[in-house]
Design a protein around this ligand. Structure first.
Ligand SMILES: [Zn+2]
Length: 465
């Protein structure tokens, strides 16, 4: 079996920072060697002197090649997972989408067919339940046996993915019976649809109105309601892509009550803001749901604070890229036709490293927790993923903390024609990335293969109290 020694670096996990060499055999870490350890012979050496050695990061929320209105998100599993690897992400959790009238099992099989053999890194799947009925409720048990332990529901998008409160409760009751976690897209879709219709009728058709018709209060309302439903049923609840301080407050209150309620935010809500939508149709590049918020209202501050103090637990991407030309432009003259979603999977981990190293938002250990360890525990793949420890998969990102990288669509690896973080200078450059002991990125080159990544059958949420 091939042995690799990562030599001379500083290993950073959620728990500690230590000078140690990492010895890998085959796909696993087999030793962490401190000062005075015996020499290792017969290993390929990766020199990590002066570098930080992190667990490969876990992006718990991506959408490769999914339909949204008239468009399909541009990254396939092949291009999206390759881009993720460039950014030090070695696991993603993506979503089969059951649409109205679809079979749930059918959507799972369809996504497996797209992903297996086409992923550079390991992947798990959450199931979107878009049509709650007798058949899909029965099919949940089948998908659960395939290692899908988390199910996404929507209070947004009436007529597409939306569930009524009774439908939400039916799936929550099922989840409560076996310990599955419910993911919630929390926005009041019916009230938002009214505001959207009224804006278009007034002639307010520019991208900015996408954001103005999805007020933070409507995110807070849906979070409040679905938290209470989850508490009633006993299902663990994880609210996805939080943009609003109102939701942070709801989650903090629920956690203070001892409830199994968790929250995720995304780099776009931390680093980008509402004014980016207010630049004519260029603003379409920043259309996602929930929308970017105005920092003057305190949303970004609340999100950063909540990440530091564990009121929020995870940063994922909601990666769902659409080209500006030909896809976002479908909504010229009508913001409701702009496909929702942003390209983020490659830059989440670098942005979080920058937030720790340059902006002192949190410690490097807390950064690893948010980026890798907690998502791995939340979705039942820890300690195989999410840390560097004896017996863990050798998923590793080696970073030069003294180097900087400039984000640009001209150099990124996502299959999309713009970057929403264009020209940002990020402290800390990801230099070498390994997945299960295989070098994917080294010396500025990609060495991976689309059939390297494996499907992860996941266990239950390890953070449930
Ligand atoms: Zn999503």
């Amino acid at each position: 079996m091939t042995r690799i020694l990562i030599n001379g670096g500083t290993v950073v996990t959620a728990a500690e920072t230590m000078r140690a060499d990492v010895l890998i055999e085959g796909e696993k870490v087999i030793a962490l060697l401190g000062a005075g350890a015996p020499e290792v012979a017969d290993a390929d050496v990766i020199d990590a002197s002066g570098k930080l050695v992190f667990p490969g990061s876990v992006d718990a929320h991506t959408h490769m090649e999914i339909p949204f209105g008239a468009a399909t998100s541009k990254d396939t599993f092949e291009t999206g997972t390759r881009a993720a690897a460039w950014g030090g992400t070695t696991t993603i959790i993506d979503f089969p989408i059951q649409m109205k009238g679809d079979s749930l099992i059918g959507s799972f099989e369809e996504t497996m067919a797209k992903a297996v053999g086409n992923s550079a890194i390991d992947f798990g799947l959450h199931q979107i339940v878009g049509d709650v009925n007798e058949q899909s409720l029965a099919e949940l048990d089948v998908v659960f046996k395939e290692g899908v332990t988390s199910y996404k529901l929507f209070t947004a998008y009436p007529g597409v993915y939306y569930s009524t409160d009774a439908e939400l409760m039916k799936v929550m009751q099922w989840a409560s019976s076996n310990g599955s976690t419910i993911l919630m897209h929390a926005e009041n879709g019916s009230a938002i649809d009214l505001l959207r219709e009224q804006a278009i009728a007034r002639g307010d058709t520019a991208p900015l109105y996408h954001a103005l018709t999805r007020p933070a209060e409507m995110e807070g309302e849906a979070a409040h309601r679905t938290i209470l439903l989850a508490e009633l049923t006993g299902a663990p609840l994880y609210i996805v892509h939080i943009s609003a301080k109102q939701v942070v407050e709801e989650i903090a209150a629920a956690r203070a009550r001892g409830s199994n309620v968790f929250g995720e935010t995304c780099p776009q809500y931390l680093f980008l803001e509402l004014s980016l939508l207010d630049q004519g149709f260029e603003g379409a590049k920043y259309v996602c749901s929930p929308p970017l918020r105005d920092p003057a209202d305190g949303h970004q501050d609340a999100l950063w604070r909540a990440l530091a103090n564990n009121d929020l637990q995870v940063v994922a991407t909601d990666h769902c890229p659409f080209d500006f030309e030909g896809q976002k432009t479908l909504g010229r003259g009508d913001f409701t036709k702009i496909p929702n979603g942003l390209p983020v999977v490659e830059h989440r981990f670098p942005l979080l490293i920058h937030a720790a190293l340059a902006d002192n938002r949190f410690s490097l250990n807390r950064m690893v927790d948010i980026a890798s360890t907690t998502p791995a525990k939340m979705y039942g793949i820890y300690p195989q993923k999410g840390t560097i420890a004896v017996g863990s998969d050798a998923d590793i990102a080696i970073v030069d903390p003294a180097a900087t990288d400039t984000v640009s669509a001209a150099t990124h690896h996502m299959n999309v024609d713009y970057s929403c973080f264009e020209s940002m200078d990020l402290t800390g450059r990801i230099e070498t990335v390994l997945s299960r002991g295989r070098v994917l990125i080294a010396d500025g080159q990609y060495h991976g293969r689309p059939d390297h990544g494996r499907y992860l059958k996941r266990g239950l949420n390890q953070l449930v109290r």
